[in-house]
Design a protein around this ligand. Structure first.
Ligand code: BTN
Length: 332
């Protein structure tokens, strides 16, 4: 049997036996009949499933599915994914330079809105402002979503904070600590960064070609996985909870929440979500310094408006800012 045929059989057997969780053994004879195969070929398929790091138990009569593998393969992500469209096309890789770069290439080549690109590791994961996004193998979620909305380019910036909201809502089910959104692109837990968002827009004057939404989430990183510099500013779910989390569950929940927020955004912008965004905000009420690239403005962050812009108050005047790097000014 060719390797590809063996993999196909193993995949089909896996899909079948995992329905029978709750301690139900599936007999070899029933599998042989169902898949029109023989005992040695079936045994090979079961070995392959174990090689994929799924936990199954075999005895003389049959096989029992115990636990899924923590791999971000297209099959695993698609299994029980509860979205309408998002992630119905998945490109999953072991190692890539950057999922955002692959997503841009695919979007330009005609790939559809809602396509998801995911990798177990990135060698040159891109962060904002030309920084690198630390992406060690199998520790985090590194994913990019292709969007091709019909709204105009001026509505694109709000997508970042909308994504942050979907992330914050998803992380709620995974930890009890305080979750915050740091305008415009970061999600913090206990004041440290757990996830970052990099949106990249390709547009003409009045028309968006595509938006790539890149998301990095620190999940099973240990403290020592971070550089000394990052140790003081970054965290992971594992550090917070003192135990590992299932990446696949968080990924599926995030895709579901992202789709929900995106559908609302396409209808009404941030109108329906702004209250929650404000509630999660780590900046509202704080004295901040905004690095604009050319200018630095200091003021009090008083609001995030319905376009996703940060409102700063300085000398009694309100200033609306759409992008920039914000730090909270600590009073001694
Ligand atoms: C930031 O906070 O600076 C943004 C980080 C974004 C990282 C993600 S990981 C998946 C996607 N691919 C990339 O190269 N970057 C984003």
């Amino acid at each position: 049997m060719e390797v590809i045929e063996q993999e196909k059989l193993a995949d089909a057997v896996l899909l079948y036996i995992r329905q029978f969780r709750r301690g139900r053994l599936v007999s070899y004879s029933s599998l042989i009949t169902k898949f029109k195969t023989d005992y040695p070929t079936l045994k090979n398929a079961l070995k392959l499933i174990k090689d994929w790091k799924y936990k199954i138990i075999e005895n003389e009569k049959g096989v029992l599915f115990v636990k899924a593998s923590d791999v971000l393969t297209a099959t695993e992500i698609a299994y029980n994914l509860k979205t309408k469209n998002l992630g119905h096309i998945i490109h999953a890789y072991k190692t890539v330079k950057s999922t955002n770069d692959i997503a841009s290439f695919l979007a330009e080549s005609g790939e559809k809105e809602g396509t998801v690109i995911v990798a177990e590791e990135q060698t040159q994961g891109k962060g904002r402002l030309g920084r690198l996004w630390h992406s060690p193998p199998k520790a985090g979620i590194y994913l990019s979503i292709i969007l091709k909305p019909s709204f105009t380019p001026d509505q694109a910036p709000g997508i970042a904070i909308m994504t942050a909201l979907a992330l914050a809502n998803s992380l709620l089910s995974f930890c009890k600590a305080q979750i915050q959104i740091k305008w415009p692109n970061d999600v913090l837990i206990n004041g440290k960064k757990i996830a970052g968002i990099l949106t990249e827009l390709s547009a003409e004057k009045k028309k968006i070609n595509h938006i790539i939404v890149g998301v990095g989430i620190n999940i099973n990183h240990k403290k020592e996985d971070f550089s000394n510099e990052l140790k003081t500013t970054a965290t992971s779910l594992r550090i917070i909870n003192n135990k590992k989390s299932e990446r696949i569950e968080l990924l599926q929940l995030f895709l579901k929440n992202f789709e929900k927020e995106y559908l609302k955004y396409k209808k009404n912008g941030l109108v329906d979500s702004i209250k929650k965004i404000r509630k999660y905000s780590s900046l509202i009420g704080a004295p901040v310094k905004l690095d604009y690239g050319k200018k630095i403005i200091e003021g009090i962050a008083v609001d995030i408006d319905k376009t996703g812009a940060l409102i700063l108050e300085k000398d009694g005047k309100k200033i609306q800012v759409n992008s920039g790097e914000v730090t909270v000014v600590k009073n001694n």
